[in-house]
Design a protein around this ligand. Sequence first.
Ligand SMILES: NC(=O)C1=CN([C@@H]2O[C@H](COP(=O)(O)OP(=O)(O)OC[C@H]3O[C@@H](n4cnc5c(N)ncnc54)[C@H](OP(=O)(O)O)[C@@H]3O)[C@@H](O)[C@H]2O)C=CC1
Ligand SMILES: O=C(CO)[C@H](O)[C@H](O)COP(=O)(O)O
Ligand SMILES: [Zn+2]
Length: 341
Amino acid sequence: MLNTVYQLKAPRQFETVFKDIPLDDRHVLVRPTHLSICHADQRYYQGNRPEAVLRSKLPMALIHEGIGKVVYDPTGTYRIGEEVVMIPNHPVEKDDIIEENYLRSTKFCGSSKDGFMQEYVSLLPDRLVRLPEGIDKIVAAFTEIVSVSYHAISRFQKFSHSRRRTIGVWGDGNLGYITSLLLKKMLPDSKVCIFGVNANKLSDFSFADATCLVSEIPEDLLLDHAFECVGGNGSAIAINQIIDYIQPEGTISILGVSEDPAPINTRMVLEKGLHIFGSSRSGRADFEGLMELYKKNPDIPEYLENIVGTTFEVESIKDMTEAFETDIHKLIGKTVMIWKG
Ligand SMILES: NC(=O)C1=CN([C@@H]2O[C@H](COP(=O)(O)OP(=O)(O)OC[C@H]3O[C@@H](n4cnc5c(N)ncnc54)[C@H](OP(=O)(O)O)[C@@H]3O)[C@@H](O)[C@H]2O)C=CC1
Ligand SMILES: O=C(CO)[C@H](O)[C@H](O)COP(=O)(O)O
Ligand SMILES: [Zn+2]
């Protein structure tokens, strides 16, 4: 079957290409309905990755956050019309120890294979997860980034010591909002404090125990553990500030993506005996766990409505470009494309 794919050909330049989707008895066909833009997509769209990386990856369809409707399922796993979230990870091997999102062989939509900016997406049935009945579709569109926070917190629960009185989250953007919200739900006994650079943005974190500008952190602050959700050039500044304030033997979870290596105060990491771990992407278990968490805490998707930014009806390359260009200038919030492509 001929499929329309909207690839990024070069920075700021989408093009339409037609690719064959073989209709076999193993793959489910999904019509994407709502797609959400991630920072990773913007790094390709704006050409912010190194030249060699762009040359090796483009042309490629962007977007790894999205939901859609099942239109064809020869496996009989899903009903036609059923609403599903698409998992962008595509593992090609199983490992007893290493999770699917960390296997070097795994392909990831919008990074090492075409993303969801397509007319139809062909996926194995285990790359889809049913959406809870009645969930807001715009919020559901960015389930993937929420599953990343879920994944990082689940790992944090395994790696960190059990004194979790106060957890700091650095980053007053989307990932900071999502991670601190999930921390409040997954670790209800812990106090969560958000550290950011913009008082206006911090005022949106209504569920938090405290918020603080990074320029006004009290000297006597006591933090048992922390999450870094900043990324870019701010990552190193945030990680070093965390190292300054965290208690000995605390755990630091790094989530922000930086293009350049970040200089870290390793002397203090050693002296305080800190644990630092990174997390990237998420796997099927995280998507499923998150859907269960939504069912038990229906106020989570309600809170997430606060970080819905602009929504665009997208049916042409001009619309896609407008959505990406607008997303660049947002203060906070996820840009969602209502996909008619
Ligand atoms: N590990 C993973 O799998 C994933 C990683 N990411 C990455 O996470 C990072 C954040 O993403 P997202 O939340 O969407 O981006 P945002 O831009 O929405 O959030 C980052 C926030 O951090 C603020 N900030 C800047 N410097 C500091 C500082 N020193 N201390 C505290 N806050 C600071 C920024 O403010 P201002 O804008 O004013 O500078 C901004 O509000 C990105 O690098 C993204 O690629 C995203 C998804 C998944
Ligand atoms: O956003 C992410 C997951 O949601 C990751 O940061 C993203 O997958 C990294 O990909 P790339 O290596 O292509 O920048
Ligand atoms: Zn992402």
